[in-house]
Design a protein around this ligand. Structure first.
Ligand SMILES: Nc1ncnc2c1ncn2[C@@H]1O[C@H](COP(=O)(O)OP(=O)(O)OP(=O)(O)O)[C@@H](O)[C@H]1O
Ligand SMILES: [Mg+2]
Length: 375
């Protein structure tokens, strides 16, 4: 091992022998190894790791010094990577572009895109390098666009159908009320009871159609500056009531210092109520519902509201469909709750995300801050 002054002297001698351009390329290479946007792995002709950048180390949760000089195969084994993202055939010229790889670290699912290229000297392959890009964010965006397209089509069909259902419904309701009155005049109590049931069932259909209409065309929204905490405080009694019936503990930590958001209060209430209701329904036999609101550390112009439960969780296949209209796993569910939430949040210029495992489910709603206003 060389001591520090010896190392510095060697660095100086290398520098003095380099041309300006070589120096520049060297600086670029050094910077590239600490750059967090793209990861790089350098391999020698024996498939051993020669150098690895900081991004790769933090992505895979390993220490640079532990993997340098190790064979790439061994490294894959230590990470339990099956199938391996690439093999020795890379050194035989089997290069690749945009190879997709899934990787999970600390409960975070990453989608990575890999490029593999060889390093040649006079036609002979001397080694290879692999570039890693984390495209998880891009794919979420793509998924959101796909979902909102699907919602739009369903919305167009829904708009027509819902009106067609509502008109006869109003007529049936009117006549039933008349019937009820004439039954009352004749003291036909048993029949009146039947009509009462028909009327309350009609009310249910009406509610469903209203929800359907909300999906199909955005109601006129009134954007007002408000504190999200106050909206949460207003619906908490309802959530606590429901939770009590299901043996669920509700935890909410108010954050009065948060910046105000721009939203429509009634619609926002509906979002949080739907999410709260789902969470409680997922905790059959009890659990904990946690509600938190905070400044989003990534999108600083947004306030995030997190609703997490210790319920049954959602499996990977269902997770892709939870926002689809009519997707439900409940015997009495309509499957419209989350699609309505998504529609509202989108209309408010926000976003909604979900993650889930055996320990429970977490929904995060992000809403734009009201800029330029203090209240
Ligand atoms: N917190 C959660 N934990 C587990 N599963 C959930 C959770 N939230 C939603 N789901 C799943 O997503 C599905 C769709 O939810 P959504 O709210 O859209 O409809 P629903 O709850 O089934 O019906 P509705 O809301 O009309 O009563 C649910 O049936 C359930 O399978
Ligand atoms: Mg629901």
């Amino acid at each position: 091992m060389m001591d520090e002054p010896a190392l510095a002297a060697e660095e100086d001698s290398i520098r003095s022998n380099l041309t300006k351009q070589e120096m520049f390329v060297r600086q670029f290479a050094n910077r590239f190894l600490t750059y967090e946007g793209i990861g790089v792995l350098l391999l020698d002709s024996e498939f051993r790791i020669v150098e690895v950048s900081e991004m790769v180390c933090s992505l895979f949760g390993c220490k640079r010094t532990d993997i340098i000089d190790q064979s790439a195969e061994k490294w894959f084994d230590s990470l339990s990577l099956h199938p391996k993202p690439f093999g020795r055939s890379l050194l035989e010229g089997d290069t690749f572009r945009n190879r997709v790889m899934n990787w999970k670290l600390d409960k975070h699912n990453h989608k990575l895109m890999l490029d593999g290229e060889v390093l040649q000297d006079k036609g002979a392959i001397k080694g290879a390098f692999v570039l890693f890009r984390d495209v998880s964010h891009l794919l979420t965006l793509e998924e959101q666009i796909r979902r909102s397209d699907r919602l739009k089509t369903i919305g167009q069909i829904a708009a027509g159908t819902a009106h067609e259902i509502r008109n006869p419904l109003t007529a049936i309701k009117g006549f039933m009320q008349l019937l009820n009155k004439s039954l009352a005049d004749r003291s036909m109590e048993k029949e009146q009871e039947f009509v009462g049931i028909v009327l309350s069932e009609l009310e249910r259909v009406n509610d469903l159609v209203s929800e359907f209409l909300l999906l199909s065309k955005p109601k006129e929204i009134r954007l007002v500056s408000m504190r999200v905490g106050l909206v949460l405080q207003e619906i908490l009694p309802m959530i606590r009531n429901e939770a009590l019936l299901h043996n669920v503990t509700v935890l909410y930590y108010p954050k009065p210092e948060l910046a105000p958001i721009l939203a429509d209060k009634e619609q926002l209430k509906q979002v949080f109520l739907n999410l709260g209701k789902n969470a409680i329904e997922a905790m059959d036999g009890g659990g904990t519902l946690i509600i938190r609101d905070y400044h989003d550390p990534y999108e600083t112009d947004k306030i995030a509201v997190e609703i997490s439960d210790t319920g049954s969780g959602i499996d990977a296949e269902a997770l892709e469909k939870v926002f689809d209209p009519f997707f439900t796993t409940k015997p009495q569910g309509t499957g419209l709750g989350l699609s309505v939430c998504q529609r509202i949040v989108h209309d408010l210029g926000g976003s909604i995300e979900v993650s889930s495992d055996e320990g429970g489910t977490r929904f995060i709603v992000k809403l734009p801050c009201a800029s330029g206003t203090d209240d």
